[in-house]
Design a protein around this ligand. Structure first.
Ligand SMILES: [Zn+2]
Length: 90
């Protein structure tokens, strides 16, 4: 019995489980191929992958997350200092 299962296709559930790994580039080439194969044939999963990919690229294009944190702290310090300077009586 020499019947290789022609199951190149993934289940939708599997596809979605693999999506983040795929986008992180941690899937091997063969698995990535299967992933693409399903994504191209399954509208729902294709849209899912596109959305996820867009989200990830936005996240990656953002500057380091430490900057806003630092900025917030500086603003808060400035604000606290400022509000005591500009207190009533000035
Ligand atoms: Zn699917």
């Amino acid at each position: 019995m020499e019947s290789k299962p022609k199951s190149q296709d993934l289940s939708c559930q599997k596809f979605r489980q693999m999506a983040s790994e795929y986008l992180e580039g941690t899937l091997g080439p063969r698995v990535s191929w299967k992933f693409n194969y399903h994504g191209e044939r399954c509208k729902g999963c294709g849209a899912f992958a596109a959305t996820l990919q867009a989200t990830i690229s936005v996240l990656r294009s953002l500057p380091s997350l430490e900057a806003p944190e630092e900025l917030k702290r500086r603003i808060r310090e400035e604000y606290l200092r400022g509000s005591s300077d500009v207190g009533p009586g000035v």
